[in-house]
Design a protein around this ligand. Structure first.
Ligand code: ADP
Ligand code: NAG
Ligand code: NAG
Ligand code: NAG
Ligand code: NAG
Ligand code: NAG
Ligand code: NAG
Ligand code: MG
Length: 520
């Protein structure tokens, strides 16, 4: 980019070109830094604030906020077939093999497993690295397997699809998983049959009838040496005085877990029960180069281009670049103003549900990557947005197929009818988007999908009678609300299995108000 070689170009053009080059370099180096700054670190001294946690299933926070009670409900009881899962709300980068990086991590937490039954109890809990933030769907066998995964679906050749690695703190002797006893720690890779395990000495047995006995555990994973260590001690204790329980040096985590995974705890009870409590939790992870992974060189921007830019030129370039940026911003703002001014929806229906931009939804859904389902009016995609870097909101985004007259009618009908309604048996509508002829609706995500998927899938899951009954009750409750309890009578006109969805706790919720009408 020599001035002499481009004498026929105007001075401004050259300066603009250099400014762009400079900005591109700055951008590249920021991106390169970002790739390395994926260190995660957090501490929960107690659970009085659960802002950064996803708390699923039969989990209760103690009244004073000091503990997470897993497999324990609000009325202070534990029951058979309870499933509990607590995850850090944001996924963690576990590896980025294209850059030859993998995460090492250290975590520690204080826990107690208490029961007032002296004899048989179960089933224990795990520290988990999971591919998603969902609760298993099946109950009994899964609950008895510490709620780790749907045991009936993932066995044999299916197990590798799990992408789950866990450290189990097991309090039940399951002969089918080759457990040694009912007080051991094990490393579980896509299976409940531990890759390696260790029985605990009597002073470190996991469960106790003495509710005040707490244990601390440390799990350290070093991606470079493929080494995972688990230590345990009776609380309070320092790491240096803890007992090394497990040590395994052949764990290439990146071969099993997804590049971004969720971390946290799972617990479950079979026929016999216990309260699995977590009292604090520390976690730190950092990315390291994994030596035996091919690492394509991530070189800093080559210095030869920068060397030719002199100090004076930098000042001019920066000014010109700033001007270009300003013009860009103005154009952007103008475009945005133009795109929103084409909207003609009743003002009062915009109150409850929020307006989303198409860009926002495209980012939330990863460019409409994961399809949840298809209905008469369009496709539905999975999405997630983060608010204030903390709260995550899971979404289902419906793209109305063609902004035809029919599609527009259904769109309006949905926004007007369920838009303002809030009921525990309705799928909530968070918002909508109408841009450049595109119509989208944004709903609360239903982790367990629609009922038709459970009934008519290629491998139908047998729904238990209690679940069938509670599903029907949910639909009935929704109808009573729509027909009688809201200000105006709303008639859904399209009740069927594919429009009834199940939330994370398997409560039925009615959705798809495309055909709904007010009735007066
Ligand atoms: N909120 C949601 N969470 C999860 N899956 C959903 C959600 N909404 C819709 N789906 C899936 O997409 C399918 C079609 O959605 P629906 O709203 O019924 O669209 P249509 O009006 O086209 O029938 C549903 O049957 C369901 O499987
Ligand atoms: C991430 O953590 C590692 C190990 O503690 C440290 O060497 C590195 O500098 C950290 N990177 C950033 C960007 O904080
Ligand atoms: C808690 O669990 C017990 C035992 O399963 C059950 O009887 C009780 O109804 C549950 N309470 C709540 C609020 O879920
Ligand atoms: C892996 O690195 C690439 C290149 O920097 C980046 O685009 C991608 O988002 C990274 N993946 C994850 C999971 O962080
Ligand atoms: C977690 O970290 C805090 C602060 O560093 C420390 O006081 C606490 O003892 C740690 N907890 C555990 C279980 O290691
Ligand atoms: C894998 O799972 C599917 C259902 O999820 C099931 O139909 C199939 O039989 C399973 N395969 C094996 C080998 O278990
Ligand atoms: C319960 O544990 C506490 C602290 O570990 C101890 O002081 C107390 O004696 C124990 N009580 C019983 C009945 O074992
Ligand atoms: Mg439908």
């Amino acid at each position: 980019m020599r001035v002499t070689a481009a004498a026929d170009l105007s001075f401004l053009q050259i300066m603009a070109g250099k400014a762009l080059a400079l900005y591109a370099l700055a951008l590249i180096s920021i991106i390169a830094q970002l790739a390395y700054s994926q260190n995660v670190s957090f501490t929960f001294r107690d659970f009085s604030s659960t802002e950064n946690l996803l708390i699923l299933g039969n989990t209760t926070i103690s009244e004073d906020g000091s503990s997470l009670f897993m497999t324990y409900n609000k009325s202070g009881a534990t029951g058979p077939y309870f499933i509990s899962r607590v995850l850090y709300s944001m996924p963690i980068v576990m590896h980025n093999l294209s850059q030859g990086l993998a995460a090492s991590f250290s975590t520690s937490f204080t826990f107690s497993i208490s029961t007032n039954q002296p004899d048989i109890t179960g089933d224990g809990f795990t520290f988990v690295i999971a591919p998603n933030n969902l609760l298993p769907i099946t109950r009994s066998a899964t609950a008895a397997a510490m709620g780790l995964f749907d045991v009936d679906f993932y066995k044999g050749s299916n197990a590798s699809m799990l992408h789950i690695v866990a450290v189990e703190y097991d309090t039940f002797l399951n002969l089918e998983y080759n457990d040694p006893d009912d007080h051991h720690v094990g490393l579980d890779i896509n299976s409940l049959t531990s890759t390696t395990y260790q029985s605990l000495p009597s002073e470190l047995v996991l469960k106790s009838t003495n509710f005040s006995r707490r244990l601390i555990t440390w799990i350290d994973y070093d991606a470079v040496s493929h080494q995972i260590d688990v230590q345990l001690a009776v609380a309070p204790a320092l790491k240096s005085s803890a007992t090394k329980i497990l040590s395994y040096s052949k764990l290439s985590l990146w071969e099993y877990v997804k590049s971004t995974s969720y971390i946290g705890f799972t617990a479950g009870t079979g026929l016999f029960q216990e309260n699995n409590a977590i009292h604090d939790w520390n976690f730190t992870s950092w990315l390291v180069s994994v030596p035996d992974q091919p690492s394509p060189s991530l070189l800093p921007p080559s210095p030869s281009t920068t060397a030719m830019i002199t100090r004076n030129e930098v000042i001019i370039c920066t000014t010109v670049g700033f001007l270009i940026l300003l013009i860009g911003l103005l154009v952007f703002a103008w475009k945005k103003w133009v795109s929103t001014s084409g909207l003609h929806l009743d003002v009062d229906l915009m109150v409850a549900p929020r307006k989303f931009t198409f860009r926002e939804l495209r980012m939330a859904t990863g460019d409409f990557r994961e399809r949840l389902g298809q209905g008469g009016s369009g496709e539905v995609f999975k999405g997630v947005i983060t608010k204030n870097n903390a709260e995550v909101l899971h979404l289902a985004v419906k793209k109305i197929a063609k902004a035809s007259k029919q599609g527009e009618k259904e769109f309006k009908s949905e926004v007007m009818t369920i838009g303002k309604l809030r009921h525990k048996s309705l799928v909530h509508l968070y918002g909508w988007c109408h841009e450049k002829g595109k119509l989208l609706l944004v709903y609360q995500f239903m982790p367990n999908g629609s009922v038709d998927k459970l009934l008519y899938a290629s491998s139908p899951r047998v729904l238990s009678w209690p679940l069938r009954f509670s599903t029907l009750k949910g639909v009935a409750a929704a109808l009573v609300y729509l027909h009688l309890d809201w200000e105006k009578m709303i008639v859904h006109r399209d009740i069927k299995a594919s429009n009834v969805m199940l939330d994370s706790e398997m409560n039925a919720r009615l959705g798809d108000f495309g055909l709904a009408r007010f009735f007066s």
